[in-house]
Design a protein around this ligand. Structure first.
Ligand code: F6P
Length: 363
């Protein structure tokens, strides 16, 4: 193993720098291998100055830092790249240029750290002969084949703290407090933070809800002498027979942006249930800041394991956590189906045992 490169794609997540640091330290110290950094996801392979040496010096002190020293781009798909031609914006397939650039670099492997979108690009490049190793990153925890992605733990810590803080105002003012949380089409953040924070209602995409069932739960609490309620609402939640709420539609290069369901639920509760309600959207606070010790630990293990996988001559795979061990699995397996909350699993069951409503309870 002589030379590897590393890039971070998609949205940032706490722990990216820990992966980069671990990969560089392992490659340089254990294998005497040169490491290149690629700026702003796959874009760096097409931009002048986008590829640069990643030395031990460059990764010193980055372990506790959020974001990524490499930059990230969640619109940088080389198979569908947005460019300006004759003053007009067009979508072009620039994958051949990216592959040519990677070949010229004579890499043993490209380590791609990203969520499902970025890992799909890695898988497609692998199909064109590019040696790749994936590292699963996302606060949403929606990548299959791994028990957990790094970034998720930091996000649920932040979300749980937000619920704790909302509790004080809810209790003092006898209000309903709605907290909208990220997660795209997966409800892991809302479920985990909702249980950890003691929410009364958790709405997730995997369990379409009835507005009336939510109101019944709030009224039952009021009747039982608890005149306040906390709702943890995943951004991808939707009512039975209804649609998800989007802030911006998607296209060939942009993923659609969810957001707004918290406001919809809050307005319904205030108008129809007649209970004073406030809505908070936690947004990117879930993604920013220093990673938790768990995310640093996991990201460091993923980064080192990715380099060990290259040294073993592996390619087209993704490092993953299974039964507390870091292993590697084929990228195809990881991307075959997205991971979603198991609605019959012990997480949801535990929440129900505790009396938390999901909005699907019969009258
Ligand atoms: O996938 C991570 C995530 O934070 C989602 O939870 C959220 O829907 C999305 O990214 C937000 O993306 P952006 O930063 O482009 O608004």
């Amino acid at each position: 193993m002589n030379k590897i490169a590393i890039l971070t794609g998609g949205g940032d997540a706490p722990g990216l720098n820990a992966v980069i640091r671990a990969a560089v330290k392992t490659a340089v110290q254990e294998y005497d291998c040169e490491v290149l950094g690629i700026r702003d996801g796959f874009e760096g392979l097409l931009d002048e100055g986008g590829v640069f040496p990643l030395t031990l010096e460059a990764v010193r002190g980055i372990l506790p830092k959020g974001g990524t020293i490499l930059g990230a781009a969640n619109r940088g798909n080389p198979f569908a790249r947005r460019v300006i031609r004759d003053g007009k914006e067009v979508i072009e397939d620039a994958s051949a240029d990216v592959i040519t650039c990677i070949e010229a670099l004579e890499l043993d492997a490209l380590i791609v750290v990203g969520g499902d979108g970025t890992l799909r690009i890695a898988r497609d490049l692998y199909a064109h002969g590019v040696p790749v190793i994936g590292v699963p990153k996302t606060i949403d925890n929606d990548i299959n084949g791994t028990e957990v992605t790094f970034g998720f733990d930091t996000a649920i810590n932040m979300a749980t703290e937000a619920i704790d803080r909302l509790h004080t105002t809810a209790e003092a003012h006898h209000r309903v407090m709605v907290l909208e949380l990220m997660g795209r089409d997966a409800g892991f953040i809302a479920l985990h933070a909702g249980v950890a924070g003691g929410a009364d209602v958790i709405l997730i995409p995997e369990i379409p809800f009835n507005f009336d069932a939510v109101c019944r739960k709030i009224h039952r609490r009021i009747a039982g002498g608890r005149p306040f309620s906390i709702l943890a609402v995943a951004e991808g939640a939707r009512p039975v027979g209804g649609q998800q709420v989007f802030r911006r539609a998607g296209d060939e290069t942009f993923v659609a942006r969810l957001g707004g369901i918290g406001q919809v639920v809050g307005m319904f509760i205030e108008k129809t249930c007649g209970v004073e309600t406030r809505v908070t959207v936690l947004g990117h606070l879930q993604r920013g800041g220093s990673p938790t010790p768990f995310d640093r630990w996991l990201a460091t293990r993923y980064g080192a394991a990715a380099v060990r996988a290259v040294a073993k001559g592996k390619s087209g795979c993704m490092v993953a956590l299974r039964e507390s061990k870091v292993i590697d699995i084929p990228l195809d397996e990881a991307l075959a189906v997205p991971k979603r909350v198991d609605v019959t699993g012990d997480g949801v069951l535990t929440a129900r045992n505790l009396g938390i409503a999901f909005g699907d309870e019969p009258a």
